[in-house]
Design a protein around this ligand. Structure first.
Ligand SMILES: Cc1cc2nc3c(=O)[nH]c(=O)nc-3n(C[C@H](O)[C@H](O)[C@H](O)COP(=O)(O)OP(=O)(O)OC[C@H]3O[C@@H](n4cnc5c(N)ncnc54)[C@H](O)[C@@H]3O)c2cc1C
Length: 383
């Protein structure tokens, strides 16, 4: 596995994750894609082997690993032909539980993290609203003081794991006049009165993943449910989004790599005009271009991962990596379909699923256009 070269120190870990992907999950994943659902037992299976606690402190049952270990996970687990399942798991374990570990109160961490690490309690992150995605500062969900409690009202949409989550980190506005200091994130137990999953969304891809619209009507929570401090929601969101974007980038790299390998194999096996199609210059050219884009993407993404792991500022680098890798992964999946000809368009082969699934990556976690605007703002600042 080529990703293994960069992650040489995690070779044994990569082998064990590959085994789970190949032996436990791949045989069942097409069935789950068709059912538009994967069972919670996937979380418990991964939890039993310690894979849900890679970034979580040992105190709460985690491994206490760094972003590079998490990157090795993303690029290996990401080889599973169900990006929705992969990201559903990664959002739970690498992004949301990790955010709770970084910012949560001791009481919230002690209550939820041990269960999140075993897969007994599942979580979601709710930023996006029907009227505010890229323009996140424009969210309308509010949390207002009532006595010693906070009362949350509003709706969120496109929330991964939204229908199955036991707790959700919800970005709200607590002070509309305080600019970026007016945002606060709350941990909401989904059993709380007033919380409702309004609907599950039907999608082009990510079929096995649940993506939900959520409704909060007078949802009452106490101070222990504030993530960090009141007014810190925006700062936390920016920092978490940076890692979430890199997680999506590394997951896309894995998918692109599988597409290239699948296409390369097919180009050797499939014959036309008496020879393997891989001998035609057009097909060779596609494979060459797929490899070139993958190598460039790997170099950029791994540089960003090095920076993040070593606590260096890498917001612009992550934006550049996400934009490049996520856009090119869709191109690579598209060429994998082309190389498979008519079979590539059927559900009998995986390139069509990879294409549908990877198509979300230039949208989720911040669109390619927003990544470009982060880069151009930095250029303007330097100028
Ligand atoms: C399957 C799925 C899972 C998701 N999971 C989650 C989740 O778990 N939690 C969560 O909070 N959200 C989640 N999202 C939401 C996702 O992050 C948003 O869809 C994304 O941020 C884009 O927001 P939007 O859909 O409102 O698009 P919009 O912001 O309306 O954008 C529409 C178009 O306008 C462009 N655009 C907007 N502003 C600019 C600008 N300034 N410059 C140039 N172009 C611009 C965009 O790039 C895009 O092309 C998920 C979405 C999907 C589809």
């Amino acid at each position: 596995m080529r990703a293994g070269l960069y992650y040489a120190e995690h070779e044994a870990f990569i082998d064990s994750v590959s085994k789970i992907v190949d032996q436990e999950l791949t045989p069942k994943v097409s069935e789950w894609e068709k059912a538009h659902h994967f069972p919670n037992e996937v979380f418990t299976l991964l939890g039993q082997q310690g894979y849900l606690g890679l970034l979580i402190s040992e105190k709460y049952g985690g491994v206490g690993g760094d972003y590079k270990l998490a990157g090795a996970w993303c690029e290996t687990f990401g080889e599973l032909a169900s990006v929705g399942l992969t990201v559903g798991v990664n959002m739970h374990s690498l992004v949301i539980s990790h955010a709770l570990d970084l910012y949560g109160t001791e009481a919230a961490k002690a209550h939820w993290l041990p269960k999140a690490v075993t897969g007994e309690a599942l979580c979601a992150y709710a930023f996006t609203e029907p009227g505010a995605g890229s323009d996140l500062a424009n969210i309308r969900t509010t949390a207002t003081r009532r006595g010693s409690s906070w009362v949350i009202n509003g709706s969120k949409t496109f929330i991964t794991n939204g229908a199955r989550a036991d707790f959700i980190l919800v970005l709200t506005k607590t002070d509309p006049n305080a600019g970026y200091g007016g945002f606060t994130t709350f941990l909401v137990d989904t059993k709380t009165k007033g919380f409702k999953v309004s609907k599950k969304l039907d999608k082009l891809g990510w079929h096995a993943s649940d993506t939900a619209e959520l409704f909060f009507e007078d949802v009452e929570v106490d101070d222990a449910c504030v993530l960090g401090k009141v007014g810190e929601g925006w700062k936390q969101a920016a920092s978490n989004l940076n890692w979430e974007r890199l997680m999506l980038t590394l997951t896309s790299l894995a998918g692109a790599r599988v597409c290239l390998e699948t296409a390369r194999r097919y180009s050797n096996d499939r014959k036309a005009f008496g020879k393997p199609i891989g001998e035609f210059s057009d097909v060779r050219g596609y494979l060459l271009e797929m490899e070139r884009k993958l190598l460039l993407g790997e170099a950029l993404a791994h540089r960003a991962l090095d920076d993040l792991t070593n606590h260096r500022d890498c917001r612009v680098l992550v934006a550049a990596a996400k934009r490049m890798v996520c856009d090119e992964a869709v191109w690579i999946a598209d060429k994998a379909i082309q190389i498979h000809g008519g079979y590539g368009y059927t559900t009998e082969f995986t390139p069509e699923r990879w294409w549908r699934d990877l198509r979300l990556m230039p949208i989720g976690g911040g669109t390619s256009e927003i990544m470009a605007s982060i880069i151009s703002k930095e250029l303007a600042r330097k100028a």
